[in-house]
Design a protein around this ligand. Structure first.
Ligand code: HAM
Length: 471
């Protein structure tokens, strides 16, 4: 059944019509005729990119396991009010970026724009408060934000996230920053962490009164967007991209001056722990993050140096959200976490020329001549799989020449050649691709012989030669 478009109801995200400059109108026209194309802001992750994606996921998983984080998988679709209540009605994400629609049961649902809200929901729903605290969870998967597509900004984005729930100690914030830093380090990326504290809702309120009073004097200088922020979510003025606002911010009151003693102490301790583990940080008093649930520490990772200047976008963002679980109806539970953007991290790897293979590069190629050889080949593949030796083939090609060309292109060390004669004799030919030397061996011993040859990195010495016929 086709989904009906959402009609605004209380507690629903006001879904803005896509702006023409998004290119969405043109996109809609395209879809009605011709070959189907990707929606704007969505992409295919092609085989040649998978190596980088695997590397990011594997590195994150290894660190998650090393630091005893349990994996959690969360649904992509949630009730839309989960995000309205947690991320905040006046945030960009909820105001204009959520994919909200009415499902066939007439419920307002949303494609998740992020997963922290879902983790908090799951923590409450599964009574995780009864488990040993803190509960440490990690996840990965797609998120959806109907933002204006541009470099590094997609409408389907993928994140790896780490969350620690049920702990208010500064060490947790520092350890999460350490883990994120280690992920980037292991990936070979040079990153810098920017950090700030936005305190508790109470001290933030006092600060906001001051900030609003300051900006009101210059209201006429603000862009329409920033005027709206001033009214609805003044904290977001701090990370405005408007040059006028950036200039005004230089003299604006700073949130760190408004922190209460406890918030200050918490933040100082986080910084001390970071010093302890020698993680340099940049104090960024304008860092506030775009989600309402944050309290105390907030942080973002960007590429260091010139690369960071060029890329601009954060690779990873996070912070503490001590009020979220209570806000959603759970017991007061302090929590902290971060999420790393896979697309932006993969882009940074590509820019550095880091391009790991997506599957193990085979060192052996199997060339067959005729159906009998193909049949034997099926069995042989299974034996090699059990021995963990990856093998390439070009099953669609019949001629030996074509198959050897593929083997050469792949750069394999050895090719196994099986013709009708060899099938009848119970033998198989091994060809050293570099020297062209060939030897015929007992087919039953092929796995162990290949294993030995591959172990000898020095290459293969020709022993017995046999001419190969395309029989
Ligand atoms: P976020 O800053 O909205 O935080 O997203 C985290 C990361 O996801 C960003 O730093 C960026 O790398 C990536 N990202 C966000 N939007 C896009 C986009 N449109 N296209 C490509 N990449 C994007 C959160 O989502 C919080 N849930 C993080 C968190 C976890 N806080 C506490 N725990």
């Amino acid at each position: 059944m086709p989904f009906k478009r959402n009609t605004p109801k209380p507690l629903q995200a006001p879904v803005k019509k896509p702006e023409t400059e998004d290119g969405d109108e043109e996109d809609s026209k395209k879809s009605s005729k011709g070959t189907p194309e990707l929606l704007r802001g969505f992409r295919d992750i092609l085989p040649e990119e998978q190596g980088r994606w695997n590397l990011i996921r594997d590195t994150s998983r290894a660190l998650a396991e090393a630091y005893s984080f349990d994996r959690i998988d969360l649904p992509i679709l949630e009730r839309s009010d989960l995000f309205l209540r947690s991320i905040g009605k006046a945030t960009d994400i909820v105001e204009k970026e959520m994919y909200v629609f009415t499902d066939p049961s007439n419920r307002s649902v949303a494609l998740r724009p992020e997963a922290t809200a879902s983790v908090a929901r799951a923590y409450i729903e599964h009574g995780m408060v009864e488990r040993t605290q803190p509960v440490k969870l990690w996840y990965e998967g797609p998120m959806f934000r109907h933002d204006r597509p541009q470099a590094g900004r997609y409408r389907q984005l993928h994140q790896v996230g780490f969350e620690v729930l049920g702990g208010n100690e500064s060490i947790i914030d520092a350890q999460l920053i350490l883990i994120a830093k280690k992920i980037f380090e292991e990936l070979g990326l040079n990153v810098e962490v920017q950090i700030n504290s936005i305190g508790t809702p109470d001290c933030r309120q006092a600060y906001l009164t001051e900030l609003v009073a300051y900006f009101r004097q210059f209201r006429s200088k603000l862009s329409e967007d920033d005027k709206r922020r001033l009214q609805k979510n003044p904290l977001r003025l701090l990370d405005s991209k408007e040059p006028e606002t950036i200039e005004l911010l230089k003299e604006a009151p700073q949130i760190l001056d408004w922190l209460d003693e406890k918030s200050k102490e918490h933040f100082m301790k986080v910084l001390e722990f970071l010093d302890e583990v020698e993680i340099p940080y940049v104090l960024n008093s304008h860092l506030v993050r775009g989600l309402d649930y944050y309290t105390h520490t907030v942080f973002e990772f960007v590429l260091a140096g010139d690369e960071g200047e060029k890329a601009q976008n954060a690779l990873c963002g996070g912070g503490r959200y001590d009020g979220l679980i209570e806000l959603l109806g759970g017991r007061p539970t302090a929590a902290c976490g971060f999420a790393l953007g896979i697309e932006r991290t993969a882009r940074a790897l590509a820019d550095k020329g880091i391009n790991p293979p997506s599957i193990p590069v085979p060192n052996v190629f199997f060339a067959q001549l005729g159906d009998a050889a193909r049949r034997v080949g099926l069995r042989l593949f299974e034996e090699f799989r059990k021995a963990h030796i990856p093998i390439a083939e070009a099953a669609g090609k019949n001629a030996l020449k074509g198959q050897l060309e593929v083997a050469n292109k792949l750069g394999v060390q050895l090719t196994l050649i099986l013709g009708q004669k060899e099938v009848l004799d119970g033998t198989i030919i091994i060809r050293d691709m570099e020297s062209g030397a060939q030897e015929t061996i007992d087919a039953k011993k092929v796995v162990s012989v290949i294993e030995r040859k591959l172990q000898k990195d020095s290459g293969v010495k020709p022993e017995g030669f046999s001419p190969v016929s395309e029989s």
